[in-house]
Design a protein around this ligand. Structure first.
Ligand SMILES: [Zn+2]
Length: 185
């Protein structure tokens, strides 16, 4: 696949096959509208949390889309699939990643049986909704991740996204081919 490295840094959490095999750390990837949505480590934590929650977990929405990532092929499907419905599939993609344990301990429910709406069948299978009856859960989640040094992972247009998209196109991923027969699994 696209990533030659044995592990890939997803903003302070590492995707690697060994971790996946142990199933100790399922990662959930959330696309950000803007890199600045996550604030900066030099910001005061209270205001940083407040503005991140307002930007990433908007109060008008009751559920939020994340993608469960456990391997390089899964990461590729999602990174390629996220912008594929747009006019320009090759663009910077900013994501923040949480662990399953972080979501649960913040009081957030993960609904894994909610298919995504991207072009790629494989990416859609990895889609989950998260929700909580208590808005404070999202502040708890952000505070926990920020305190642990979690950063935005930018997949750069030129060095990463273009390669991933080209590989998925060549592979025949339906997000690009529109052939009704996505080979991704
Ligand atoms: Zn696909």
């Amino acid at each position: 696949m696209m990533f030659d490295e044995k592990s890939i840094d997803l903003g302070g959490l590492w995707l690697d096959e060994a971790t996946k095999a142990g199933r100790s750390q399922t990662l959930y990837l959330q696309k950000l509208g803007r890199q600045s949505d996550w604030g900066h480590e030099t910001d005061p934590i209270d205001t940083r949390v407040e503005s991140a929650v307002a930007a990433v977990f908007r109060p008008d929405d009751s559920a939020f889309s994340l993608y469960q990532i456990g391997s390089y092929p899964e990461l590729s499907s999602v990174i390629a699939g996220l912008p594929a419905n747009r006019e320009k599939p090759r663009q910077n993609i900013d994501v923040i990643v949480f662990t399953h344990a972080e979501l649960v301990s913040a009081g957030i429910t993960v609904l894994s049986d909610v298919p995504g709406e991207l072009g790629c069948v494989a990416a859609n299978r990895l889609h989950v909704d998260i929700e909580s009856d208590n808005r404070d859960s999202y502040a708890t989640l952000c505070r926990q991740a920020m305190s642990g040094g979690r950063t935005v992972r930018r997949f750069k247009k030129k060095s990463e996204v273009s390669q991933i998209v080209s590989a998925q196109e060549a592979y025949g991923c339906e997000a690009f081919a529109g052939n009704g027969n996505c080979p991704c699994h």
